[in-house]
Write a protein that binds this ligand. Structure first.
Ligand SMILES: *Cc1c(COP(=O)(O)O)cnc(C)c1O
Length: 367
């Protein structure tokens, strides 16, 4: 049996007939840029998240950049982020004129609120939690810290559409946040795409203008801006997929449950917390990231038996990248990145695929 980590072609072929119909309808009408399908999707997305507004953008990285650009960061201003996140989190701070300060993580790989507190100084202007692997950080603590220290919060929720903390959606805690529709994300499109979730109504106009050449909803220029629009065809496809998004989350959570039941007893592994309906976290399992003893050997063993796996961010935490001036020794991060590995987690897997992955892993630790 072959279980690829992610099968990109199926992101299209599984929905081929619907996608062709959507493209034909939208393109046949010439509806390419800033059309009704985009507006509908933005409204449905905001409603799904329980957010004020949403704005489609070209990708999540742009969304994060635009969010920080509204914050008026000054040279030397610091923004604290997690060491376990994509480079895009940090680069969005840099593009907006600030300095990213990566801090250490908790057992689950998410930013440690105590490490955030410890990193605060007179130059700190913001906190940027990453809602990693489809799980929300301890936002009660983080929002408390932000409030006490008068800090801005932008969430990187590229991986967390639909994840909740204490019944509140990822993306709705800070003043703004961004979601990614990269094809391998839980809600993926057929290329690049993203959205800004806007929680401060006064900021909506500004963010809207920034993403469309500084033009307002009336088409008049109000400021310098850029072009970071979400294509209308992509928006139409995303709107179609959003309708069944709950079943996608349900399936991912049941795969996580299956992994938990099959791998939970293996001492050499540390698994993500299993899906629970009573927990304060409601996870959507963008990724299934385990910590594994003899990780590199396990990865080879899986590959030789047809199972794809991936080490996130090419195996480097932000604090371990030599070239960009963020290097720091963060003990929990160092330990985590020696052992972390992502197993296949997506709706193309059937139960037999998951059982096969678990059989191979069980064999590896038995031998
Ligand atoms: C995917 C991802 C991004 C970037 O999203 P794009 O849409 O590709 O720009 C940013 N942060 C995290 C945590 C991600 O996983």
């Amino acid at each position: 049996m072959k279980v690829p980590f992610f099968d990109y072609s199926r992101a299209y072929t599984d929905d081929r007939a619907d996608i062709m119909r959507i493209i034909d309808t939208v393109a046949g009408r010439g509806g390419f840029i800033l059309q009704k399908e985009l507006e509908d999707f933005e409204n449905n997305l905001a409603e799904f998240c329980g957010a004020e507004r949403a704005i489609g953008v070209a990708n999540a990285t742009d969304g994060l950049e635009l969010a920080w650009m509204t914050a008026g960061l000054k040279p030397g201003d610091e923004v604290i982020c997690s060491a376990h996140t994509m480079l895009a989190t940090a680069s969005s701070i840099v593009v907006a004129g600030g300095i990213p300060v990566p801090v250490d993580i908790e057992q689950d790989g998410l930013i440690n609120p105590d490490a955030v507190s410890d990193a605060i100084n007179s130059r700190t202007r913001g906190i940027m939690p990453t809602q990693l692997n489809g799980r929300v950080c301890r936002m009660d603590k983080l929002m408390d810290i932000a409030k006490k220290n008068d800090l801005l919060v932008v969430e990187d929720c590229a991986q967390a559409l639909g994840a909740k903390y204490d019944n509140k959606n990822a993306g709705t805690f800070g003043f703004a946040s961004a979601i990614s529709f990269y094809p391998a994300k839980v809600l993926g499109c057929l290329g690049d795409g993203g959205a800004i979730i806007v929680n401060e109504p006064e900021l909506y106009q500004t963010l809207y203008e920034l993403h469309d050449h500084g033009r307002g909803l009336d088409g008049k220029v109000k400021r310098w801006g850029r072009n970071s629009r979400l294509d209308n065809i992509q928006a139409a496809i995303l709107d179609f997929r959003l309708k069944t998004y709950d079943t996608v989350i349900y399936r991912r959570r049941s795969i996580a449950g299956l992994y938990q039941s099959r791998l939970g007893e293996i001492e050499e592994l540390q698994l993500p917390k299993g899906p629970s309906l009573t927990d304060v976290n409601f996870d959507i399992f963008q990724n299934y990231e385990i910590l594994a003893t003899r990780r590199d050997e396990l990865k080879c063993y899986l590959r030789e038996r047809g199972v794809g796996s991936l080490i996130q961010w090419g195996g480097e935490a932000l604090s371990q990248i030599g070239e960009l001036g963020m290097t720091a020794y963060l003990p929990a991060t160092e330990d985590y990145f020696k052992r972390c590995l992502m197993l296949p987690m997506n709706c193309f897997l059937d139960d037999d695929n998951v059982h096969y992955v678990c059989d191979v892993i069980s064999d590896f630790y038995r031998s």
